[in-house]
Structures are given as structure tokens and as C-alpha cells.
Design a protein around this ligand. Structure first.
Ligand SMILES: [Zn+2]
Length: 222
């Protein structure tokens, strides 16, 4: 899952208008931001196995600290709690952030084969395997993304050209990265995958920048 995660963050803006899109990106992708570091440290394990699913050659051998339900519950509570404490935010913002962290697990369960850990042990792993059904998988990702973009543009307005053009460039860039991953050759090594996953930080930064140049739209009054 790729576009779907960003879709959740974009859509969440409507429910937590004061929270920057950068924070929302950080929350929805926290699992994939933690994961490459653990892979590079040798704590979590990834292998390249063409054919493991139809759409991706990535074999997620072991990743309980970044991708189990239990770990993401923990990271979600931690991130939401830190945000509340540091930004003096209300509980609504914290709940949205916590749910976004958790949403990563639910969406990954949809696309992954049964490799998503529930607890820190590898004994119970689930996944509905949409990655073996490309048309369905791509449709779900793009529909979610379209809904996210629609909610975000409906609940914020651009303050300047950075806020409008910068946002639409971000949308195009995400679509481009998704397509390149789907259509490109299998990556040369698990380390290469992990290093390129670190580029997610760029998208987080882009989210902060776009959001600074847009403002929440106030609910219409009569
Ligand atoms: Zn993930």
C-alpha cells in the first residue's frame, strides 16, 4: 500500500484542521519511516523474492517492531501523546493522529500477503493479498487517494501559488512514484529498498511546506 496511506492523511485534515499535513504524513507513514532504519540496522528483515506476490517482489520476512498491530498501537499512542504534550493540542487532534498511525496496519493488511504480524511474535500474521490482484489493488489505492485529495482540497484553501501549485505537484509526484515502483525492475537489494524508503522523509517535508501555504477553510455560517 502506498497511495492509500497518503489518502488517509489528506482526508484526516478535514477532521483535524489545525494539524499540519506534514504531521499527518508522519503519522500515516510512521511504520514505513521506522522500518527502513530497522532493516538497515539488521533488526528487521526484508528479502527480494520476485514472484512472492504478483505486484511486488518484496518479501517482508520479519518486521514486528515497525509493522505489527501491537507495535503500531504503541507508536500511535506515543506519537499522539507527544503531539498533545508538545503542541498543547486537544484530544481530537491526538485521536486523529493515533488512528492514522494505526490505519497503516489496516491498509497494509489489505494489500500484503499474510505477512502482517499481529503481535511481536511471528506466529500470527495476516494479510488479504490484494497485491496478487493488480487491477483491484490499483483501483483501491487510486480511489482512496482521489477521496483523500477531494477531502483535503475541500477543507483547505491555497494562500498563494506555493499552496496551490506545490500541492498539485505533490499529488503528481506521488502518482509518479507509485507508477515507477509498480512498473520498474525489482530492486537490486534489500538495502537499496531501505535507502530509497528513507526518501519518504522528503514527502513529510513537502507536506509541512504545502500546509504552511494553505489555510483550513472555516465551516460556512449562515
Ligand atoms: Zn507499510
Amino acid at each position: 500500500m502506498f497511495m492509500g496511506h497518503f489518502a488517509m492523511a489528506l482526508g484526516a485534515k478535514k477532521y483535524a484542521p489545525q494539524v499540519s499535513l506534514g504531521i499527518l504524513f508522519l503519522a500515516c507513514q510512521l511504520a514505513d519511516l521506522i522500518w527502513p532504519n530497522l532493516v538497515l540496522l539488521g533488526i528487521e528483515k526484508l528479502e527480494i523474492e520476485p514472484g512472492v506476490t504478483v505486484m511486488t517482489p518484496l518479501d517482508f520476512v520479519h518486521y514486528p517492531w515497525s509493522h505489527s498491530l501491537l507495535a503500531l498501537l504503541f507508536w500511535g499512542v506515543l506519537f499522539a501523546g507527544l503531539y498533545m504534550a508538545l503542541r498543547h493540542a486537544g484530544s481530537r487532534a491526538a485521536i486523529v493522529i493515533g488512528l492514522l498511525v494505526l490505519s497503516h496496519w489496516l491498509l497494509d493488511v489489505l494489500t500484503h500477503r499474510p505477512d502482517m504480524p499481529v503481535t511481536l511474535s511471528d506466529s500470527s500474521r495476516i494479510g488479504f493479498g490484494l497485491w496478487n490482484h493488480p487491477v483491484l489493488a490499483v483501483s483501491v489505492e487510486l480511489l482512496l487517494f482521489a477521496a483523500g485529495v477531494w477531502l483535503y482540497t475541500g477543507s483547505t484553501r491555497a494562500l498563494n501559488r506555493k499552496g496551490s501549485i506545490g500541492f498539485w505537484l505533490l499529488v503528481v509526484f506521488l502518482l509518479f512514484v507509485y507508477a515507477a515502483n509498480l512498473l520498474g525492475p525489482p530492486p537490486p537489494s534489500s538495502a537499496a529498498v531501505a535507502w530509497s524508503a528513507e526518501a519518504l522523509w522528503l514527502l513529510v517535508a513537502w507536506g509541512f511546506w504545502v500546509d504552511r501555504n494553505r489555510a483550513p477553510m472555516l465551516a460556512k455560517t449562515h
